[in-house]
Design a protein around this ligand. Structure first.
Ligand code: ADP
Ligand code: ASP
Ligand code: MG
Length: 438
């Protein structure tokens, strides 16, 4: 069974939803994973913020505005009065549900329940549309099978057992639709896989049913060699190994959710990135391949905090690094980059939720300096250790950019440098010129 995931822009208007049928309706059995219509999750975040600050007037205003948008979309999407009436009921019910929270206590659980409405709406709207044009499909509620555990990791055994049980209820169906992004947590409450998480849903679902391929359909023709939002000239990459794609996703290539490669990689399921607006374009194949040698792409991750930890003894005596890492482990904070010298270790984190507590404990064993607003620039490819010149090329391209940290050799796929966030654009442009001659 094939997995096809369509992102926000691919379901961003009535016309786009209609156009999906060209890609979805055929004889190949598949599960279609949909995001919310583009802009919806951002609007739901704004509604949550208004509810959180108890600004009921603003919350109601934002809810009405979003509801009006949906009323307009359904009037364009359906031509039969019975479908339109059904869709009107659907919109009414979801927005009444959201409105209830303006009267009630508002907690983190409700916030997640509100965020789930976008995907619930888009999938039901598509399902009704297929019904109107006479195409059979089954709407699978993701909340019945998608679950994360107490560490926010997908509970694969649960997902697999429950998804397969859901699918078995419809032995003759070949077209299933489900929501991306939303899930239940270890307590059974509505939760989500973090922003951009529909990609993650697609790969978890694909891994759970051992799909033959996971397709991520979006608004660009595959993974490009550099961030097209920042530099002018970029090109799509035909093939990437799982490791290369995982590095790019983790280090900021927004086209993929940071952790969505792993479930597919574990079960060796190819992931294909395709452009909904230009389906004939080749896109990018991510698979277990011997990828061609050389630098393939560059990505950047913002919001990085660098921490320099200087041992107050003369040397990094044995046990010092363990003591440092244990502090980060205790606060469930992962470390992205590390460099060491004889007496100091510098590292970076992107989640600074527990930064103050971490610093307090670090200061008991070391002298600590913190620099916020940094960016990791990650240069990815098959950088075989036998060959030379890659490090030189990167450094030469970045000769005018002050580098805060450099990491090379940790994997054969990645050279990372840390720069202050205001140098990110300059660094990406310099690398585009130095490495790709743009
Ligand atoms: P969707 O809503 O379909 O999930 P996203 O906005 O999450 O789409 O991802 C697609 C966008 O990712 C593209 O429009 C592009 O601007 C951005 N992007 C950032 N880096 C890259 C890259 N290296 N290659 C392709 N797209 C990228
Ligand atoms: N709708 C969610 C978001 O905007 C999930 C996704 O689009 O992947 O983050
Ligand atoms: Mg996305």
């Amino acid at each position: 069974m094939l997995i096809q995931k369509f992102g926000g822009t691919s379901v961003g208007s009535a016309q786009r939803i209609k156009d999906l049928t060209k890609l979805v309706v055929n004889s190949t059995p598949k599960i279609v994973v949909l995001s919310a219509m583009s802009g919806t999750t951002n609007s739901l975040v704004e509604i949550n913020n208004a509810l959180y600050t108890k600004d009921t007037v603003l919350a109601n205003e934002l809810i009405s505005k979003l509801k009006t948008k949906y009323e307009k979309e359904i009037s364009e999407l359906y031509s039969k009065p019975e479908s339109l009436a059904k869709a009107k009921d659907l919109i009414h019910n979801h927005f009444e549900y959201i409105k209830n929270f303006t009267l009630d206590m508002f907690t983190a659980n409700e916030e997640k329940a509100i965020l789930a409405q976008g995907e619930l709406l888009s999938t039901a709207m598509f399902h009704f549309y297929l019904e109107e044009i006479g195409v059979n499909s089954v709407l699978l509620p993701a909340l019945n099978f998608m679950r994360i555990d107490a560490n926010d990791e997908p509970d694969m055994a649960y997902v697999e057992a429950n998804l397969i049980a859901e699918l078995k209820k419809y032995p003759n169906a070949i077209l299933f639709i489900t929501q991306g992004y939303i899930c239940r947590n270890a307590f059974g409450e509505i939760d989500n896989l973090k922003r951009g998480g529909s990609d993650y849903t697609a790969s978890i679902v694909g891994a759970a049913i051992r799909s033959e391929e996971i397709q991520i359909w979006t608004d660009i023709d595959g993974m490009h060699n550099n961030d097209p939002r920042i530099v002018n000239k970029t090109h799509p990459i035909k093939e990437l190994s799982f490791d290369e794609a995982a590095e790019l996703a983790y280090f900021g290539a927004k086209i993929l959710h940071p952790t969505c490669i792993l479930p597919a990689q574990k079960r060796n399921i190819p992931v294909r990135l395709k452009n909904t607006m230009q389906p004939e374009a080749e896109g990018t194949l991510i698979a277990n391949i011997d990828s061609k040698e050389g630098i393939k792409a560059i990505a950047a991750k913002d919001g990085i905090t660098a921490i320099n930890i200087k041992s107050d003894r003369m040397l990094l005596a044995h046990g010092f690094l363990r003591a440092v890492f244990e502090i980060f482990e205790r606060f469930k904070t992962s470390i992205d980059m590390i460099t060491t010298s004889e007496v100091a270790v510098s590292l970076t984190i992107d989640n600074d939720k527990n930064l103050n507590e971490i610093l307090k404990e670090l200061k008991e064993i070391a002298v600590v300096e913190v620099e916020k607003d940094q960016a990791i620039i990650c240069i990815v490819g098959n950088l075989s250790k036998e060959k030379h010149g890659y490090g030189f090329k990167v450094m030469e391209s970045l000769k005018d950019i002050p580098l805060r940290m450099v990491s090379y050799g940790g994997s054969a796929n990645n050279i990372s440098v840390l720069v202050s966030a205001d140098k990110k654009k300059g660094a990406l442009m310099a690398l585009n010129k130095g490495i790709f001659n743009y």
